[in-house]
Design a binder for this molecule. Sequence first.
Ligand code: PLP
Length: 359
Amino acid sequence: MKVRLPVRKAILQRRTYEAPAEGRLNKVRLDFNENTSGCGPAAIRALRKLTAQQVAMYPEYAVPTRRIAAYFGIAEHELLLTNGGDDALRVFFDAFVEPSNHVLICEPTFPMYRYYAEIAGARIETLHYGSEMEFPLDKFVSALRKKPAVAFMANPNNPTGTLLPRAAIQKLLMAATRTVVVIDEAYAEFSGVTVLPLIPKYPNLFVTRTFSKAAGLAGLRLGAAMACRESLSLLRRAMPPFPVNIGALVAAEAALRERSSIRNYVKQTREIREWFAGELVRLGVRTFPSAGNFLLADFGVRGPALFKQLASQGILVRERSKDIGPGFVRISIGTAAEMTRLVKVIRKEIRPTFRRGKN
Ligand SMILES: Cc1ncc(COP(=O)(O)O)c(C=O)c1O
């Protein structure tokens, strides 16, 4: 049978997302900014306790929403639970972006902003982080004067690790009189900086969070979008009725009851990140200060051989030569054992070149 499906132009113009890797379970996974220690035991216990009746029911959101809102220190009407942080980002396009609109992003950044903008057929205005991976605050403020429908910014930014203080974000919010400003705080637990307290003051501010990183629940897909009641009600209109599954809800509630797991992981990750950055600097590798659970590094000409060596040893990292420059790589901070193993391989691979002065 011959048919012609009425596919949208924006869809024809793009390629399907291809996951960078599969079969990762038993490898050293430093490529997705996951919590490689695994989630805390309370989350697993909560999943084991789920009954057949609970699984057979459509999930109820009131109680988990109240508890999760309390964790974020906001009111329950300021919180919307979503199917992962990715899904929270998608809803902004459904609610606020007409195909003729433009959105503002600053690259390199989390690729899903561009991804969803392309699907929506929106125009994309792109600014760039500077050579030291600094955020171009004044340029961003100027670009806001052109009234993009939505401006996306990750804070800390993935992959650069750049962190903007709250005062700088306030400057953006003041300039964005016709724009939805999305501050993506996927890594806020690691930076300790959040703009959530600004929600009552700025109706144009939306904050997104995820349980995939510090809480270690990436496999369950739980995220959140937060804003003042009136602004969030617009986002709610674009949501399906049951976006989040029962497993994600019970595991997240358990993880929040047992916060020591999250706190310990965050503390350990920050310590290991500083140690790791120091090791790289000692080896003559350029790194950029990071406020997340990852580090951006520039191995220069030594990069390609090293990345090949790491892959052959089952150590996965996220090469960024295509979008940032040859030799650039984003490395998630794993456990002390994983990072020690990584440093050993790096040392062995790049030392000989380093001694010959080919840095
Ligand atoms: C900046 C940023 N935002 C959002 C996400 C989405 O995370 P998830 O969809 O797992 O909640 C990620 C994941 O890597 C991220 O780096």
